[in-house]
Design a protein around this ligand. Structure first.
Ligand code: SF4
Length: 481
């Protein structure tokens, strides 16, 4: 029987440490203990993923493992034998949502004591959260982290057969684990991890603690995965990492993202995207490669966070507002049709009105097509959480509103330029709001709703844009014959 002594608890101080130790590529680390084989036969699992694409991709790995154990997936938590919440720690309200969900799930656990309730993802990497779960959410059976997903068969078996809770969260990231099972949630678009972790330590961000140090997969493994996806009929891959532009530094001693993109583009897959970029690591060579290949999409998410250099310094972003504009200008020069989105934080500790004005000026300069805007939210354990959170909440709210109005204005203005133009759209299927209308994304990552006689999910069709809204475009399919 599992005892408390066997719990492996997260430790933020350990998670913060970075060593020079070379990360290994582990190809045979995943194993299913004899006793766990078929432990899911005639059983169902329910998986809910919160947060970013890295979490979505982790969810596909967990689903792949559970299917291999014999489970089938259900969308109805009421009929599940195993429920797993794959969580996000990036903002406080995301955490509150998960804790609220756990509260709701207690009823199911009371009705069915054999139900296994698990929590994993970034929240599981946080000391304070695990403490809270152990004290106040005693009905959570299984807690594991982002670094030991490959251990899921053993951990689940332990939880299913034991009477004590199972807690195994590694603070250190460990190696790159290849050959994990995967259940892809889409048939047309796929996420492809190219690296894990982040070494930037922006002062407000919890990710370097929850996801560990930067670890790149090999170019060969990534290209092979893309080739297999292409063979299976996938049309689009998104290369994933917290900071894709740093790809290769840990493994090859230098940035290799340009080379990787080139090789992925040469597989001939229809569309290549990537996320997330850090302006500091974005080299001109990378921009040149994006410009060179038609199948690398002209869309870049380029988080700016603030338009004020002093603020950027306090945030630990490692670039000035001038550096950012220089990079932006170079991209526009090389890729004139490039579409940009960004992330912006308002109300960071000590942010003055003038500094906020600089952020507005940056939005005026870049005229982003989209921006994910947030009120600063302190994350326990980060340097910013020790700063006095001294911008009054009403001021933060007002700044956010002003910013959002500006962003929406530019988004609409940018979209209007597409009226009368023809865009290539990868069809997702009938529109969510109207099944007489189809929807999909253009190369520029614009959501396009359009009328057509008949198209199939996965087709790439030409659509003439007839109407622009702030966040979507409307149009009709062009028939060339
Ligand atoms: S680059 Fe900064 S904001 Fe992005 S994940 Fe790393 S530490 Fe967080």
């Amino acid at each position: 029987m599992n005892t408390k002594k066997e719990w492996v608890l997260p430790n933020l101080k350990e998670a913060q440490k970075r060593t020079k130790q070379q990360v290994l590529i582990q190809r045979a680390l995943f194993e299913v203990p004899e006793a766990a084989r078929n432990c899911g036969l005639n059983k169902k699992f329910y998986l809910r993923t919160y947060g970013c694409q890295a979490n979505e991709r982790d969810g596909e790995t967990m689903a792949g493992i559970l299917v291999q154990l014999g489970f089938t997936q259900t969308e109805d938590e009421e009929e599940a034998d195993v429920i797993i919440l794959n969580t996000c720690a990036v903002r406080k309200n995301a955490e509150d949502k998960v804790l609220g969900e756990l509260g709701q799930l207690k009823r199911l656990k009371v009705e069915n004591p054999n139900l296994i309730l698990g929590l994993c993802g970034c929240m599981a990497q946080e000391e304070e959260i695990v403490k809270l779960l152990l004290e106040k959410y005693r009905y959570v059976d299984l807690i594991f982290g982002t670094h030991n997903i490959h251990r899921l068969p053993s951990l689940l078996l332990q939880a299913m057969s034991g009477k004590e809770r199972v807690v195994e969260v590694y603070s250190k990231e460990g190696d790159v684990v290849e050959n994990l099972p995967t259940k892809r949630f889409g048939k047309i678009k796929a996420w492809v991890n190219i690296m894990y972790g982040c070494d930037k330590f922006c002062t407000y961000c919890i990710v370097p603690y929850t996801r560990g140090k930067e670890r790149s997969r090999t170019i060969e493994d990534i290209v092979q995965e893309v080739e297999e996806l292409k063979e299976q009929g996938f049309k689009e891959v998104t290369l994933l990492g917290q900071n894709v532009n740093a790809y290769g530094k840990d493994l090859y001693g230098e940035r290799k993202f340009a080379e990787l993109m080139r090789k992925v583009a040469l597989t001939g897959i229809e569309r290549v995207r990537f996320t997330t970029s850090h302006p500091w690591d974005f080299t001109e060579e990378m921009v040149d490669v994006i410009a060179e290949y038609d199948n690398i999409m002209p869309f870049i998410h380029l988080p700016v966070q603030s338009g004020n250099t002093e603020m950027l310094k306090i945030m630990g972003r490692r670039y000035t507002s001038e550096d950012y504009k220089k990079l932006f200008d170079y991209i526009v020069k090389k890729i004139p049709n490039c579409v940009f989105s960004t992330d912006i934080i308002v109300g960071f500790p000590n942010e003055t009105e003038e500094q906020f004005e600089d952020t507005l000026k940056m939005v005026d300069y870049c005229k982003y097509d989209n921006a994910y805007t947030f009120i600063y939210s302190p994350r326990e354990g980060t340097p910013a959480a020790k700063m006095e959170d001294n911008v009054p909440f009403e001021v933060k709210q007002r700044r956010l509103q002003i910013l959002n109005e500006k962003v929406a204005g530019y988004a609409h203005e940018r979209n209007e330029k597409y009226i009368g133009k023809i865009l290539k759209v990868l069809v997702d299927g009938p529109s969510k709001k109207n099944d007489q209308v189809y929807s999909g994304y253009s190369e520029e990552n614009k959501l396009v709703n359009f009328t057509a006689d008949h198209v199939e999910c996965g087709d790439i069709v030409e659509v003439e844009i007839t109407e622009a809204r702030s966040w979507t475009l409307n149009g009709k399919k062009i028939d060339r014959n």
